[in-house]
Ligand binder design. Structure first.
Ligand SMILES: Cc1cc2nc3c(=O)[nH]c(=O)nc-3n(C[C@H](O)[C@H](O)[C@H](O)COP(=O)(O)O)c2cc1C
Length: 489
Protein backbone atom coordinates (compact mmCIF):
# COMPACT_ATOMS: atom_id res chain seq x y z
CA UNK A 1 0.00 0.00 0.00
CA UNK A 2 1.38 3.43 -0.85
CA UNK A 3 0.00 6.83 0.03
CA UNK A 4 -0.17 9.92 -2.11
CA UNK A 5 0.41 12.23 0.81
CA UNK A 6 0.45 12.48 4.59
CA UNK A 7 -3.36 12.71 4.72
CA UNK A 8 -3.80 9.36 3.02
CA UNK A 9 -1.49 7.80 5.59
CA UNK A 10 -3.46 9.43 8.40
CA UNK A 11 -6.70 8.10 6.82
CA UNK A 12 -5.21 4.61 6.91
CA UNK A 13 -4.25 5.06 10.58
CA UNK A 14 -7.83 6.18 11.25
CA UNK A 15 -9.27 3.08 9.56
CA UNK A 16 -7.04 0.93 11.73
CA UNK A 17 -7.79 2.88 14.92
CA UNK A 18 -4.12 3.82 15.27
CA UNK A 19 -4.58 7.58 15.68
CA UNK A 20 -6.24 9.61 18.43
CA UNK A 21 -7.92 12.92 17.63
CA UNK A 22 -7.52 15.50 20.38
CA UNK A 23 -10.12 18.27 20.22
CA UNK A 24 -9.16 19.90 23.52
CA UNK A 25 -7.22 23.16 23.14
CA UNK A 26 -3.46 22.58 23.55
CA UNK A 27 -0.48 24.90 23.23
CA UNK A 28 2.23 24.23 20.63
CA UNK A 29 4.77 25.38 23.22
CA UNK A 30 5.50 22.50 25.65
CA UNK A 31 1.95 21.09 26.02
CA UNK A 32 1.92 18.94 22.85
CA UNK A 33 5.39 17.73 23.81
CA UNK A 34 4.29 16.69 27.31
CA UNK A 35 1.21 14.88 25.99
CA UNK A 36 3.16 13.06 23.27
CA UNK A 37 6.02 12.10 25.61
CA UNK A 38 3.56 10.68 28.18
CA UNK A 39 1.75 8.66 25.52
CA UNK A 40 5.02 7.28 24.08
CA UNK A 41 6.39 6.27 27.49
CA UNK A 42 3.17 4.89 28.93
CA UNK A 43 1.92 2.89 25.93
CA UNK A 44 5.20 2.25 24.07
CA UNK A 45 4.40 -0.16 21.17
CA UNK A 46 0.68 0.35 21.80
CA UNK A 47 0.79 4.13 21.65
CA UNK A 48 -1.26 5.85 18.95
CA UNK A 49 -0.43 8.71 16.62
CA UNK A 50 -1.85 11.99 17.95
CA UNK A 51 -3.79 14.48 15.85
CA UNK A 52 -4.22 17.82 17.66
CA UNK A 53 -7.12 19.71 16.10
CA UNK A 54 -7.10 22.87 18.23
CA UNK A 55 -3.57 24.11 18.65
CA UNK A 56 -2.92 27.42 20.33
CA UNK A 57 -0.14 29.39 18.67
CA UNK A 58 0.74 32.92 19.85
CA UNK A 59 -2.52 33.18 21.77
CA UNK A 60 -4.77 32.13 18.85
CA UNK A 61 -6.12 28.79 17.67
CA UNK A 62 -4.12 27.87 14.59
CA UNK A 63 -5.85 26.90 11.37
CA UNK A 64 -3.17 24.26 11.00
CA UNK A 65 -3.55 21.04 13.00
CA UNK A 66 -0.51 19.21 14.40
CA UNK A 67 0.20 15.49 14.13
CA UNK A 68 2.81 13.71 16.27
CA UNK A 69 3.95 10.12 16.82
CA UNK A 70 2.92 8.90 13.33
CA UNK A 71 5.92 6.52 13.28
CA UNK A 72 5.71 5.59 16.96
CA UNK A 73 5.14 1.80 16.80
CA UNK A 74 6.37 -1.15 14.74
CA UNK A 75 2.91 -1.53 13.24
CA UNK A 76 2.80 2.10 12.10
CA UNK A 77 6.35 1.88 10.72
CA UNK A 78 5.33 -1.16 8.65
CA UNK A 79 2.28 0.70 7.37
CA UNK A 80 4.32 3.84 6.69
CA UNK A 81 6.92 1.99 4.62
CA UNK A 82 4.48 -0.49 3.08
CA UNK A 83 6.65 -3.36 4.33
CA UNK A 84 5.57 -6.39 6.31
CA UNK A 85 9.17 -7.55 6.70
CA UNK A 86 11.93 -4.92 6.75
CA UNK A 87 14.75 -7.44 6.25
CA UNK A 88 13.22 -8.81 3.02
CA UNK A 89 13.11 -5.27 1.69
CA UNK A 90 16.75 -4.87 2.75
CA UNK A 91 17.61 -7.95 0.64
CA UNK A 92 15.72 -6.51 -2.33
CA UNK A 93 17.48 -3.17 -1.92
CA UNK A 94 20.86 -4.92 -1.96
CA UNK A 95 19.94 -6.62 -5.20
CA UNK A 96 19.18 -3.20 -6.61
CA UNK A 97 22.53 -1.77 -5.41
CA UNK A 98 24.40 -4.64 -7.09
CA UNK A 99 22.38 -4.15 -10.29
CA UNK A 100 25.02 -3.55 -12.98
CA UNK A 101 23.72 -4.99 -16.27
CA UNK A 102 26.29 -4.98 -19.04
CA UNK A 103 24.08 -5.06 -22.14
CA UNK A 104 20.62 -3.96 -23.18
CA UNK A 105 19.02 -7.44 -23.08
CA UNK A 106 20.62 -8.26 -19.78
CA UNK A 107 19.28 -4.98 -18.46
CA UNK A 108 15.79 -5.82 -19.66
CA UNK A 109 15.99 -9.25 -18.09
CA UNK A 110 17.21 -7.94 -14.73
CA UNK A 111 14.61 -5.18 -14.74
CA UNK A 112 11.90 -7.76 -15.21
CA UNK A 113 13.31 -9.78 -12.34
CA UNK A 114 13.41 -6.71 -10.14
CA UNK A 115 9.75 -6.00 -10.74
CA UNK A 116 10.39 -3.26 -13.22
CA UNK A 117 12.15 -1.07 -10.72
CA UNK A 118 12.72 1.72 -13.22
CA UNK A 119 9.10 2.80 -12.69
CA UNK A 120 9.98 3.68 -9.08
CA UNK A 121 12.36 6.49 -10.08
CA UNK A 122 11.13 9.99 -9.10
CA UNK A 123 8.71 11.46 -11.64
CA UNK A 124 8.71 15.18 -12.49
CA UNK A 125 5.27 16.78 -12.61
CA UNK A 126 4.26 20.35 -13.53
CA UNK A 127 2.52 21.26 -10.31
CA UNK A 128 1.24 19.76 -7.08
CA UNK A 129 -0.89 20.32 -4.01
CA UNK A 130 2.12 21.80 -2.21
CA UNK A 131 1.66 24.90 -4.42
CA UNK A 132 -1.95 25.63 -3.45
CA UNK A 133 -0.73 28.56 -1.34
CA UNK A 134 2.44 30.48 -2.20
CA UNK A 135 3.88 32.95 0.31
CA UNK A 136 6.49 35.29 -1.13
CA UNK A 137 9.65 36.30 0.72
CA UNK A 138 8.28 39.59 2.14
CA UNK A 139 5.25 37.80 3.68
CA UNK A 140 7.14 34.85 5.18
CA UNK A 141 6.38 34.42 8.90
CA UNK A 142 7.30 31.11 10.51
CA UNK A 143 5.44 32.08 13.68
CA UNK A 144 2.16 31.61 11.78
CA UNK A 145 2.90 27.86 11.82
CA UNK A 146 2.32 25.85 15.02
CA UNK A 147 5.99 24.89 15.35
CA UNK A 148 6.61 23.13 18.66
CA UNK A 149 8.77 24.03 21.59
CA UNK A 150 9.56 20.67 23.16
CA UNK A 151 11.32 21.21 26.49
CA UNK A 152 11.49 24.14 28.93
CA UNK A 153 15.20 24.93 28.35
CA UNK A 154 15.10 24.54 24.56
CA UNK A 155 16.58 27.52 22.75
CA UNK A 156 13.20 28.18 21.11
CA UNK A 157 10.82 26.43 18.77
CA UNK A 158 12.18 23.64 16.58
CA UNK A 159 11.03 22.01 13.35
CA UNK A 160 11.61 18.40 14.34
CA UNK A 161 10.61 16.33 11.25
CA UNK A 162 12.09 18.34 8.37
CA UNK A 163 13.30 16.74 5.16
CA UNK A 164 16.23 18.90 4.11
CA UNK A 165 16.95 18.88 0.35
CA UNK A 166 20.35 20.01 -0.95
CA UNK A 167 22.42 19.37 -4.06
CA UNK A 168 26.13 18.58 -4.22
CA UNK A 169 27.66 21.80 -5.65
CA UNK A 170 30.13 19.72 -7.70
CA UNK A 171 28.02 16.85 -9.03
CA UNK A 172 24.47 18.20 -8.69
CA UNK A 173 23.46 14.97 -6.88
CA UNK A 174 20.55 15.43 -4.47
CA UNK A 175 20.62 14.62 -0.77
CA UNK A 176 17.72 14.54 1.65
CA UNK A 177 18.51 14.40 5.36
CA UNK A 178 16.49 14.97 8.49
CA UNK A 179 18.18 17.71 10.52
CA UNK A 180 16.24 19.66 13.17
CA UNK A 181 15.81 23.41 12.63
CA UNK A 182 15.57 26.05 15.34
CA UNK A 183 13.35 29.01 14.47
CA UNK A 184 15.53 32.12 14.94
CA UNK A 185 13.00 34.66 13.67
CA UNK A 186 10.16 34.88 11.16
CA UNK A 187 12.32 33.99 8.15
CA UNK A 188 15.49 32.32 9.40
CA UNK A 189 16.27 29.05 11.18
CA UNK A 190 19.29 27.07 12.24
CA UNK A 191 20.50 24.21 10.03
CA UNK A 192 21.60 21.48 12.40
CA UNK A 193 23.38 19.13 10.00
CA UNK A 194 26.19 17.48 11.96
CA UNK A 195 29.64 17.59 10.40
CA UNK A 196 29.46 13.88 9.50
CA UNK A 197 26.27 14.16 7.46
CA UNK A 198 25.76 14.60 3.72
CA UNK A 199 24.03 18.00 4.03
CA UNK A 200 27.14 19.29 5.84
CA UNK A 201 29.37 17.90 3.07
CA UNK A 202 27.37 19.84 0.46
CA UNK A 203 27.71 22.95 2.61
CA UNK A 204 31.50 22.46 2.97
CA UNK A 205 31.79 22.31 -0.81
CA UNK A 206 29.61 25.44 -1.24
CA UNK A 207 31.84 27.24 1.25
CA UNK A 208 34.92 26.15 -0.68
CA UNK A 209 33.47 27.89 -3.77
CA UNK A 210 32.25 30.77 -1.56
CA UNK A 211 28.71 30.19 -2.86
CA UNK A 212 25.28 30.06 -1.25
CA UNK A 213 23.83 26.57 -0.94
CA UNK A 214 20.19 26.35 -2.00
CA UNK A 215 18.04 24.37 0.42
CA UNK A 216 14.42 23.22 0.35
CA UNK A 217 12.74 21.90 3.48
CA UNK A 218 9.67 19.69 3.34
CA UNK A 219 7.53 19.36 6.45
CA UNK A 220 5.12 16.46 6.08
CA UNK A 221 4.60 14.31 3.00
CA UNK A 222 3.92 10.67 2.19
CA UNK A 223 5.68 8.68 4.93
CA UNK A 224 8.21 6.58 2.95
CA UNK A 225 10.03 9.77 1.86
CA UNK A 226 9.93 11.15 5.40
CA UNK A 227 11.56 7.95 6.66
CA UNK A 228 14.10 7.94 3.77
CA UNK A 229 15.45 11.29 5.02
CA UNK A 230 16.55 9.53 8.23
CA UNK A 231 18.00 6.40 6.58
CA UNK A 232 21.80 5.88 6.61
CA UNK A 233 21.98 5.37 2.85
CA UNK A 234 25.25 5.17 0.93
CA UNK A 235 26.39 8.67 -0.04
CA UNK A 236 24.93 9.72 -3.41
CA UNK A 237 22.08 7.22 -3.26
CA UNK A 238 18.93 9.29 -3.81
CA UNK A 239 16.58 9.15 -0.81
CA UNK A 240 13.61 9.87 -3.10
CA UNK A 241 14.42 6.84 -5.25
CA UNK A 242 14.80 4.81 -2.03
CA UNK A 243 11.30 5.93 -0.97
CA UNK A 244 9.98 4.94 -4.43
CA UNK A 245 11.55 1.49 -4.02
CA UNK A 246 10.03 1.13 -0.56
CA UNK A 247 6.50 1.97 -1.63
CA UNK A 248 6.90 0.48 -5.11
CA UNK A 249 5.66 3.66 -6.72
CA UNK A 250 7.48 6.73 -8.01
CA UNK A 251 7.35 9.92 -5.95
CA UNK A 252 5.99 12.86 -7.97
CA UNK A 253 8.34 15.80 -7.72
CA UNK A 254 7.72 19.44 -8.55
CA UNK A 255 10.11 22.34 -9.11
CA UNK A 256 10.45 24.94 -6.35
CA UNK A 257 9.41 28.55 -6.95
CA UNK A 258 12.59 30.41 -6.03
CA UNK A 259 15.38 27.82 -6.10
CA UNK A 260 16.61 25.09 -8.43
CA UNK A 261 15.34 22.14 -6.41
CA UNK A 262 12.53 19.62 -6.74
CA UNK A 263 10.36 18.51 -3.84
CA UNK A 264 7.50 16.00 -3.42
CA UNK A 265 4.51 17.56 -5.20
CA UNK A 266 2.03 16.59 -2.51
CA UNK A 267 4.05 17.84 0.47
CA UNK A 268 2.13 19.63 3.21
CA UNK A 269 4.56 22.56 3.65
CA UNK A 270 7.72 23.54 1.73
CA UNK A 271 10.27 26.14 2.85
CA UNK A 272 12.59 27.36 0.10
CA UNK A 273 15.79 29.27 0.72
CA UNK A 274 19.53 29.16 1.05
CA UNK A 275 22.40 28.93 3.49
CA UNK A 276 25.18 31.53 3.14
CA UNK A 277 28.84 30.49 3.22
CA UNK A 278 30.65 31.36 6.43
CA UNK A 279 27.52 32.39 8.31
CA UNK A 280 26.96 30.71 11.69
CA UNK A 281 24.71 31.38 14.63
CA UNK A 282 24.37 29.82 18.06
CA UNK A 283 21.84 26.98 18.01
CA UNK A 284 20.31 25.06 20.92
CA UNK A 285 19.98 23.85 23.55
CA UNK A 286 17.47 21.20 22.52
CA UNK A 287 16.08 18.21 24.45
CA UNK A 288 17.31 15.44 22.18
CA UNK A 289 17.13 11.67 21.44
CA UNK A 290 19.68 11.01 24.17
CA UNK A 291 17.27 12.31 26.81
CA UNK A 292 19.58 15.24 27.57
CA UNK A 293 19.75 18.76 26.22
CA UNK A 294 22.27 18.92 23.40
CA UNK A 295 24.81 21.70 23.80
CA UNK A 296 24.58 25.16 22.31
CA UNK A 297 26.90 25.41 19.30
CA UNK A 298 27.41 27.36 16.09
CA UNK A 299 25.44 26.12 13.07
CA UNK A 300 24.66 27.54 9.59
CA UNK A 301 21.66 29.81 9.09
CA UNK A 302 18.80 29.00 6.69
CA UNK A 303 17.20 32.06 5.01
CA UNK A 304 13.70 31.54 3.64
CA UNK A 305 12.84 32.99 0.22
CA UNK A 306 9.38 31.46 -0.16
CA UNK A 307 6.92 29.13 1.59
CA UNK A 308 4.44 27.03 -0.34
CA UNK A 309 1.79 24.81 1.23
CA UNK A 310 -1.48 23.01 0.72
CA UNK A 311 -4.71 24.89 1.22
CA UNK A 312 -5.18 23.08 4.53
CA UNK A 313 -1.80 21.76 5.54
CA UNK A 314 -1.10 19.45 8.46
CA UNK A 315 1.99 20.26 10.53
CA UNK A 316 3.96 17.05 11.28
CA UNK A 317 6.33 16.92 14.27
CA UNK A 318 8.11 14.46 16.48
CA UNK A 319 9.00 14.78 20.16
CA UNK A 320 12.48 13.69 21.22
CA UNK A 321 13.48 13.04 24.83
CA UNK A 322 14.33 10.25 27.28
CA UNK A 323 13.70 7.00 25.35
CA UNK A 324 11.42 5.37 24.35
CA UNK A 325 10.01 8.01 22.03
CA UNK A 326 8.79 7.92 18.43
CA UNK A 327 12.31 7.89 16.93
CA UNK A 328 12.96 4.52 18.61
CA UNK A 329 10.67 2.84 16.06
CA UNK A 330 12.26 4.73 13.17
CA UNK A 331 15.63 3.48 14.45
CA UNK A 332 14.41 -0.10 14.84
CA UNK A 333 13.13 -0.12 11.24
CA UNK A 334 16.59 1.08 10.15
CA UNK A 335 18.26 -1.67 12.21
CA UNK A 336 16.23 -4.34 10.36
CA UNK A 337 16.29 -2.76 6.89
CA UNK A 338 20.06 -2.32 6.86
CA UNK A 339 21.03 -5.64 8.51
CA UNK A 340 21.27 -7.46 5.13
CA UNK A 341 23.52 -4.64 3.89
CA UNK A 342 25.79 -4.93 6.96
CA UNK A 343 25.89 -8.71 6.48
CA UNK A 344 27.28 -8.42 2.95
CA UNK A 345 30.23 -6.49 4.35
CA UNK A 346 30.59 -8.49 7.58
CA UNK A 347 29.07 -11.89 6.64
CA UNK A 348 29.89 -13.54 9.98
CA UNK A 349 27.22 -11.39 11.65
CA UNK A 350 24.04 -13.27 12.52
CA UNK A 351 21.98 -10.57 14.18
CA UNK A 352 22.23 -7.09 15.68
CA UNK A 353 20.31 -5.33 18.44
CA UNK A 354 20.61 -1.59 19.04
CA UNK A 355 18.49 -1.44 22.20
CA UNK A 356 16.18 1.56 22.39
CA UNK A 357 17.21 2.34 25.97
CA UNK A 358 20.91 2.27 24.99
CA UNK A 359 20.21 5.49 23.01
CA UNK A 360 20.04 3.37 19.91
CA UNK A 361 23.37 3.59 18.05
CA UNK A 362 25.29 4.24 21.28
CA UNK A 363 25.07 0.53 22.22
CA UNK A 364 25.23 -2.36 19.78
CA UNK A 365 24.88 -6.04 20.63
CA UNK A 366 25.96 -8.31 17.80
CA UNK A 367 26.02 -12.09 17.41
CA UNK A 368 28.59 -13.76 15.15
CA UNK A 369 29.49 -17.15 13.76
CA UNK A 370 32.91 -17.17 15.38
CA UNK A 371 35.47 -18.82 13.11
CA UNK A 372 38.86 -17.98 14.56
CA UNK A 373 40.54 -16.64 17.71
CA UNK A 374 40.14 -12.87 18.03
CA UNK A 375 37.21 -12.86 15.61
CA UNK A 376 35.03 -10.73 17.93
CA UNK A 377 37.57 -7.91 17.80
CA UNK A 378 37.68 -8.01 14.01
CA UNK A 379 33.89 -7.56 13.97
CA UNK A 380 34.07 -4.61 16.40
CA UNK A 381 36.53 -2.75 14.17
CA UNK A 382 34.58 -3.60 11.03
CA UNK A 383 31.41 -2.14 12.59
CA UNK A 384 33.17 1.02 13.77
CA UNK A 385 34.36 1.43 10.19
CA UNK A 386 30.92 1.18 8.66
CA UNK A 387 29.06 4.43 7.88
CA UNK A 388 27.04 5.81 10.77
CA UNK A 389 27.96 2.75 12.90
CA UNK A 390 31.10 4.81 13.63
CA UNK A 391 28.98 6.57 16.28
CA UNK A 392 28.50 3.37 18.30
CA UNK A 393 30.18 3.80 21.66
CA UNK A 394 29.82 0.30 23.07
CA UNK A 395 29.82 -2.95 21.09
CA UNK A 396 29.10 -6.30 22.76
CA UNK A 397 29.91 -9.36 20.65
CA UNK A 398 28.30 -12.71 21.49
CA UNK A 399 28.23 -16.13 19.82
CA UNK A 400 25.58 -16.97 17.21
CA UNK A 401 23.62 -19.16 19.63
CA UNK A 402 22.88 -16.19 21.92
CA UNK A 403 19.70 -14.31 21.07
CA UNK A 404 20.76 -10.66 20.94
CA UNK A 405 17.13 -9.56 21.12
CA UNK A 406 16.89 -11.11 24.61
CA UNK A 407 18.75 -8.83 27.03
CA UNK A 408 18.65 -11.48 29.79
CA UNK A 409 20.55 -13.96 27.58
CA UNK A 410 23.07 -11.25 26.68
CA UNK A 411 23.66 -10.25 30.32
CA UNK A 412 24.22 -13.88 31.25
CA UNK A 413 27.04 -14.34 28.74
CA UNK A 414 28.54 -10.93 29.57
CA UNK A 415 28.54 -11.89 33.25
CA UNK A 416 29.82 -15.43 32.71
CA UNK A 417 32.12 -15.31 29.67
CA UNK A 418 33.94 -12.02 30.00
CA UNK A 419 37.32 -11.76 31.69
CA UNK A 420 37.71 -7.96 31.64
CA UNK A 421 41.50 -7.83 31.28
CA UNK A 422 41.41 -10.06 28.25
CA UNK A 423 38.04 -9.39 26.63
CA UNK A 424 37.62 -5.64 26.79
CA UNK A 425 39.18 -3.14 24.43
CA UNK A 426 38.95 0.61 24.47
CA UNK A 427 39.95 3.09 21.79
CA UNK A 428 40.51 6.76 22.45
CA UNK A 429 39.67 9.81 20.38
CA UNK A 430 37.45 8.09 17.84
CA UNK A 431 34.67 9.90 15.94
CA UNK A 432 31.59 10.64 18.03
CA UNK A 433 28.08 11.80 17.22
CA UNK A 434 27.59 15.55 17.61
CA UNK A 435 24.97 14.77 20.29
CA UNK A 436 27.48 12.83 22.41
CA UNK A 437 27.15 14.25 25.88
CA UNK A 438 29.39 12.01 28.02
CA UNK A 439 32.71 12.46 26.24
CA UNK A 440 35.43 14.95 27.06
CA UNK A 441 35.81 16.49 23.61
CA UNK A 442 33.35 17.63 20.95
CA UNK A 443 33.03 15.11 18.08
CA UNK A 444 35.44 12.67 19.77
CA UNK A 445 34.80 9.88 22.23
CA UNK A 446 36.39 6.67 23.35
CA UNK A 447 34.91 3.31 22.34
CA UNK A 448 34.38 0.16 24.35
CA UNK A 449 34.34 -3.32 22.84
CA UNK A 450 33.30 -6.32 24.93
CA UNK A 451 34.08 -9.78 23.60
CA UNK A 452 31.47 -12.01 25.28
CA UNK A 453 31.99 -14.96 22.95
CA UNK A 454 33.11 -18.36 24.29
CA UNK A 455 36.89 -18.26 24.38
CA UNK A 456 38.79 -20.75 22.31
CA UNK A 457 41.79 -22.49 23.73
CA UNK A 458 44.09 -20.37 21.55
CA UNK A 459 42.65 -17.30 23.25
CA UNK A 460 43.09 -18.47 26.84
CA UNK A 461 46.10 -20.75 26.77
CA UNK A 462 44.21 -23.45 28.71
CA UNK A 463 40.92 -25.35 28.55
CA UNK A 464 38.19 -23.25 30.12
CA UNK A 465 35.38 -24.90 31.97
CA UNK A 466 32.52 -23.70 29.80
CA UNK A 467 30.41 -26.87 29.73
CA UNK A 468 26.81 -25.86 30.16
CA UNK A 469 25.01 -27.47 33.09
CA UNK A 470 22.18 -28.96 31.04
CA UNK A 471 19.86 -31.89 31.79
CA UNK A 472 20.12 -35.13 29.79
CA UNK A 473 17.46 -35.73 27.11
CA UNK A 474 16.46 -38.98 28.87
CA UNK A 475 15.58 -37.24 32.14
CA UNK A 476 13.84 -34.39 30.34
CA UNK A 477 11.63 -36.89 28.50
CA UNK A 478 10.75 -38.67 31.75
CA UNK A 479 9.76 -35.41 33.42
CA UNK A 480 7.75 -34.36 30.32
CA UNK A 481 5.68 -37.50 30.64
CA UNK A 482 4.81 -36.78 34.26
CA UNK A 483 4.55 -33.02 33.97
CA UNK A 484 0.74 -32.70 33.98
CA UNK A 485 0.51 -34.73 37.19
CA UNK A 486 2.53 -32.17 39.20
CA UNK A 487 -0.29 -29.65 39.17
CA UNK A 488 1.77 -26.70 37.79
CA UNK A 489 -0.25 -24.50 35.48
C1 LIG B 1 13.73 12.85 14.32
C2 LIG B 1 15.15 12.89 13.85
C3 LIG B 1 15.90 14.05 14.00
C4 LIG B 1 17.22 14.09 13.58
N1 LIG B 1 17.94 15.25 13.74
C5 LIG B 1 19.19 15.33 13.26
C6 LIG B 1 19.91 16.55 13.35
O1 LIG B 1 19.43 17.55 13.88
N2 LIG B 1 21.16 16.59 12.81
C7 LIG B 1 21.73 15.50 12.19
O2 LIG B 1 22.84 15.61 11.68
N3 LIG B 1 21.08 14.31 12.13
C8 LIG B 1 19.82 14.21 12.64
N4 LIG B 1 19.13 13.03 12.55
C9 LIG B 1 19.80 11.86 11.96
C10 LIG B 1 19.85 11.95 10.44
O3 LIG B 1 18.59 12.22 9.90
C11 LIG B 1 20.41 10.66 9.85
O4 LIG B 1 21.72 10.49 10.35
C12 LIG B 1 20.41 10.64 8.33
O5 LIG B 1 20.88 9.39 7.88
C13 LIG B 1 21.26 11.75 7.78
O6 LIG B 1 21.18 11.73 6.40
P1 LIG B 1 22.47 12.05 5.50
O7 LIG B 1 23.41 10.89 5.70
O8 LIG B 1 21.90 12.11 4.10
O9 LIG B 1 23.05 13.31 5.96
C14 LIG B 1 17.81 12.95 12.99
C15 LIG B 1 17.06 11.78 12.85
C16 LIG B 1 15.75 11.74 13.28
C17 LIG B 1 14.96 10.47 13.12
Amino acid sequence: MSYDDLREFIDELEKKNLIEHIKEEVNCELEISEITARVCRKYRENSKALFFENVKNNGKISEIPVVTNIFGSTERMKLALGQENFESFGDKFLKFLKFKPSGFFEKLQVLKELNNISSYFPKIVKTGKCKEVIINEDKVDLFKFPILKLWPNDGGRFITLPMVFTKDPETGMRNVGMYRMQVFDKNTTGMHWHIHKDGAEHYRKAEKFNKKLEVAVVIGCEPASMYAATAPLPQNFDEILFAGLLREKAISMVKCETIDMKVPANAEIVLEGYVNPNERRLEGPFGDHTGYYSAIDYYPVFHITCITHKQKPIYAATVTGIPPMEDAYIGKATERLFLPFIKTIIPEIKDINLPIEGVFHNLCIVSINKKYPGHAKKVMFALWGLGQMMFTKIIIVVDADVNVQNIEDVLWVVGSRVEPKRDIITIENAPADALENASEFKFLSSKLGIDATRKWKEEVNKELNLDLAEMSEEVKKKVDEKWNKFGFN
